[in-house]
Design a protein around this ligand. Structure first.
Ligand code: TYD
Length: 210
């Protein structure tokens, strides 16, 4: 993107991507680089409200409705946060982005992939990640972590409560993405300590740094 760089963080629940986003943000800032962090769904007041709806187990949007909610939040965060920050020359680190809809809504929920890609393109308005890090961890291990973390509560565990087969389909879709777009999408081995994983994540974005 003109000026800045967009790095997105992807993977199944409990893979550690949010911790890794924080570590990479700190590392880039320590190198004197301007960093903006955000997340999906969320990142704007509108997006955060949509997030609450999406994660609430008492609500069950049909697959296409779920996709529309995500795209509404996505278009808002692109317009309000991501595109302006890139234009201003920042490194933008985003916790999930359009690839999550390819993995979750197409890969696991079964929405037509071409339609998902079309809506992603509309919401992203030309913004494409320069690098996408997919944190790759055994599905059982990741899910056990996600289900037991203190921030997973009765009002936000709708995805954590999905069957293991759902999470396996998400993981398979991410592997497929990495296979299709090897220059953009990098699988990062997410086993080991946060520092070990961070070293791999940094190596995977090194060519983007000045
Ligand atoms: P996130 O906060 O990243 O969850 P976690 O930290 O548990 O991985 O994202 C919230 C949920 O939203 C996550 O379970 C996956 C789902 N999601 C989609 O299904 N499609 C999407 O396009 C996005 C952005 C998120």
């Amino acid at each position: 993107m003109p000026g800045g760089r967009l790095i997105t963080f992807e993977g199944i629940e409990g893979c550690g991507k949010t911790t890794q986003l924080r570590l990479l943000a700190r590392c880039l800032q320590a190198r004197g680089l301007p960093v903006v962090t955000t997340r999906e769904p969320g990142g704007t007041p509108l997006g955060e409200r949509v997030r609450d709806v999406l994660l609430d187990p008492s609500l069950a949007p049909v697959a296409v409705g779920e996709l529309f909610l995500l795209e509404a939040a996505r278009s808002q965060v692109v317009a309000e946060v991501v595109a302006p920050a890139l234009s201003a020359g920042n490194f933008v680190l985003c916790d999930r982005f359009a690839d999550s809809s390819v993995a979750y809504q197409a890969g696991a929920r079964g929405v037509d992939r071409t339609e998902v890609e079309r809506l992603n393109a509309l919401a992203c308005a030309g913004v494409v990640p320069d690098r996408t890090l997919v944190f790759d961890l055994d599905v059982e291990l990741a899910l056990a972590r996600a289900r037991h973390r203190p921030t997973t509560t009765a009002v936000n565990r709708r995805f954590e409560d999905e069957a293991i087969s759902f999470h396996r389909a998400v993981a398979a879709a991410y592997h497929d993405l990495a296979h299709r777009e090897p220059h953009r999408v990098v699988l990062v081995d997410a086993r080991g300590t946060p520092d070990e994983v961070h070293a791999r994540a940094l190596a995977a974005v090194m060519d983007l740094l000045p």
